[in-house]
Write a new protein. Structure first.
Length: 219
């Protein structure tokens, strides 16, 4: 059973998400909060698999709440997905930078919502290639790109895999692209996470863009 916490300042949004999620037999909502601070408290109490976190809230916003959750060693296995009303939200990139596993639009279709929760709970990043390129545009002008320092510990193959992760591809897609097995792709990703001290695949996406390994706008 995938356990979910909902954090949003609108009661109707939380109620709607709860109803949609709990139509699935493998998903249950174990807690709710109407702001970031109580959201962190509920997360600590329930230790869910996934937190659906609104970005814009009146007191403690979703960015700060995500930062607190990701920074707490007790919650290292909790995945945060940020919620936004539009896909060009400038706060989405910062949320991913601080450790969110991806983002969802609030008008996401019900089936896509449930699929997204399953994807994140399984350890994948919730970043499609098109969305990844759009969200990461900011990196092109703000990143210092210390590529030689951050990537020198990676092998050539690992850099290739990191570039594939940076475009939002799954392990199966990476395997097809690089003509390796899915198991080998998973092993490479795991090693890259360890070498770069990254929390999850979303942080690898950020690193791929920050170091210039992937350039916004390119396939």
């Amino acid at each position: 059973m995938i356990r979910v916490v909902l954090v949003d300042d609108q009661h109707l949004v939380r109620a709607g998400f709860r109803a949609l999620l709990e139509r699935a037999e493998d998903i249950t909502v174990v807690g709710e909060a109407d702001d970031g601070a109580p959201g962190v408290q509920v997360t600590l109490a329930e230790r869910p698999d996934v937190v659906l976190m609104d970005i814009r809230m009146p007191a403690v916003d979703g960015l700060e709440a995500t930062r607190r959750i990701v920074g707490d060693d007790r919650l290292r296995d909790v995945k945060v997905v940020v919620l936004t009303t539009f896909d060009a939200d400038e706060h989405v990139f910062e949320a991913i930078r601080v450790g969110a596993s991806g983002f969802l639009l609030k008008d996401t279709e019900p089936d896509e919502l449930r699929r997204a929760v399953r994807v994140v709970a399984s350890g994948e990043a919730l970043l499609s290639p098109s969305v990844t390129r759009r969200v990461m545009q900011a990196v092109a002008t703000t990143a210092t790109r210390p590529a030689s320092e951050r990537l020198e510990q990676l092998t050539h193959r690992e850099r290739e895999v990191l570039a594939e992760v940076g475009t939002g591809r799954s392990n199966d897609e990476i395997a097809r692209s690089l003509h390796i097995s899915p198991a080998t792709a998973r092993t490479h990703v795991s090693r890259i996470l360890t070498k770069l001290h990254a929390r999850d695949r979303s942080q690898l996406v950020v690193i791929a863009y920050e170091t210039g390994l992937v350039t916004p706008g390119l396939p």
